[in-house]
Ligand binder design. Structure first.
Ligand code: FAD
Length: 475
């Protein structure tokens, strides 16, 4: 006879595990769960958008939106490093189509750019790759165990030893546990303006007049995307991009490898010492004829260990002062995209300004945007016809996402370090404030703060494996 604990375990095994969000994180969590959960336990993959496997990054149909990571580093599986490159080769042999229309930044037409700095593919192609993996997961095996729910999940309510998942459309499903894979937190849309539209939805840009400028707030990789989207939309006028420091992402270059620095214990415990050492490494690399790119790339495997080792006050200093420098050097644009942006800047059609946004005032046909140029005491005003706000990511405390708000109110989740993501245990279970922890796990950008390198494919693919092991161990 089964004791109560065994009965509970067996009940849980038969209830599905839900994954909320089907971007890269949710897609790979679902695939890795199928490989590790007990044989009869189903997985529900829930996505509010029509397309599964795309997410914010890879659902784009714009053939000029390229991956900003080399194809060689974009395999979905940590144990099969050439999986994406092999898929690309097959696709190239069969004649690929990367999104709608032909690209404007010049290539052979197959969505694959082979450059001296490496191979970069169109992001829409990567979305096709992920969708293919999902189809394989759904059709493989004798018993279908992966089920898709195309709806927004608005709440997760604990009920005894399981959870009830509630979708906007009214669906309620009992699940044994849930994985939160909802991606980046949206930044607050402040100050409000009716000229501000969703940068990721070009259909909202409307008819743009070539003589009136468009403002992009933010100057990172998403600004680069927004410029490309505006040009594909047919806007030929002036674009102004504004951020506090006005720094734009560097471009990938062919970089000889540089050995990973062997940091001393003292260096790993102090941001100042760490910075001095990294500068020394960059200088030594330059003397050897190797650019800084090689040094930054050498840090990648140890970035999280370095982040975890820093005292909280140093992490806060990094966030306040160094983050824009790190982001622009670490997250680089694919060479064709970098060249297109450099060309725009040279031609004056893209003006990058450093300054602090002060106010936006809506007028009859334009928004008047006031900002304080960096280092200046006088304010300046811009009259623009459209505003695309691509400033970084939001914080847990400011989120208006109904699911996260409900989970916070119920004490099932709480903000992690610096409020950038959720608080988690090392096994990726979510830490709430309620007495009984819910069976919730997370991965991807929601880990930001606890970890630093947690938002790109090479990091998330490892997390998906760790998470699946952790969920399986709890069944
Ligand atoms: C524009 C852009 C380009 C990038 N390019 C690269 C790159 O080239 N290489 C790289 O390694 N990384 C890149 N990244 C980093 C990227 O964050 C990760 O690679 C990865 O795509 C993150 O996936 P995710 O699933 O965590 O988040 P997302 O892609 O944001 O997916 C989250 C999904 O959850 C869904 N969702 C949210 N809430 C709910 C809900 N309540 N119910 C149902 N569904 C919900 C959303 O609709 C969305 O589809 C890029 C990021 C961006 C934004």
């Amino acid at each position: 006879m089964l004791d109560q604990d065994e009965t509970t375990k067996s009940e849980l095994r038969h209830r599905p595990i839900a994954v909320i969000g089907a971007g890269f994180s949710g897609t790979m969590a679902a695939i890795q769960l199928l490989a590790r959960l007990p044989r009869r336990q189903p997985v529900l993959l829930c996505e509010r958008a029509e397309r599964f496997g795309g997410g914010r990054a890879y659902a784009t149909g714009n053939p000029d939106h390229l991956l900003n990571v080399r194809a060689a580093n974009m395999s979905a599986y940590p144990d099969r490093p050439s999986h994406f490159e092999d898929w690309l080769s097959e696709i190239a042999a069969g004649g690929a189509e990367a999104g709608t229309g032909s690209p404007a930044i010049g290539h052979g037409g197959d969505g694959i750019w082979r450059t001296p700095a490496g191979t970069f593919a169109a992001r829409g192609l990567y979305g096709d790759y992920l969708a293919g993996l999902l189809t394989e997961a759904m059709t493989g095996g004798t018993m279908p165990r992966l089920h898709l729910i195309n709806d927004t999940i608005i709440d997760i309510v604990p009920d005894g030893n399981h959870l009830v998942l509630i979708a906007e459309g009214g669906l309620r499903v009992e699940v044994a546990g849930a994985v939160l894979a909802m991606g980046n937190l949206a930044p607050p849309q402040e100050p409000p303006s009716r000229f501000r539209v969703d940068p990721w939805r070009p259909e909202q840009y409307g008819r743009l007049h070539p003589d009136h400028p468009v403002l992009i707030i933010g100057t990172g990789l998403s600004m680069v995307d927004a410029v490309i989207s505006l040009r594909r939309h047919g806007f030929s006028g002036r674009i102004i991009a504004l951020s506090r420091r006005g720094q734009i992402p560097a471009e990938h270059q062919r970089a000889d490898p540089w050995p990973r620095p062997d940091f001393t214990a003292a260096e790993t415990r102090s941001l100042t010492r760490l910075l001095v050492r990294i500068r020394r490494e960059v200088a030594a690399a330059a003397e050897a004829g190797i650019g800084w790119h090689g040094v930054i790339d050498a840090l990648r495997p140890v970035t999280d260990a370095l982040w975890l080792g820093l005292p909280p006050a140093d992490k806060a200093r990094f966030l306040r002062h160094l983050r824009p420098f790190w982001d622009t050097h670490r997250h680089r644009a694919a060479p064709p995209v970098g060249a297109a942006i450099a060309g725009e800047i040279e031609a004056g059609s893209l003006q990058v300004r450093a300054g602090k946004l002060v106010a936006i005032e809506d007028q009859a046909g334009e928004a008047r945007v006031t900002y304080r140029p960096r280092g200046a005491s006088e304010l300046e005003t811009l009259a623009v016809q459209l505003i695309l706000d691509v400033r970084g990511v939001g914080r847990v405390a400011d989120t208006t996402d109904p699911l996260l708000r409900n989970l916070i109110d119920r004490g099932l989740v709480q903000a992690g370090p610096f409020g950038l993501g959720l608080a988690v245990h090392p096994d990726l279970t979510v830490m709430g404030t309620a007495e009984t922890p819910a069976r919730l796990w997370t991965l991807g950008p929601l880990l930001r703060g606890t970890y630093w390198e947690c938002t790109a494919v090479p990091d998330i693919r490892n997390q998906a494996v760790d998470l699946a092991r952790s969920v399986a161990a709890a069944q």
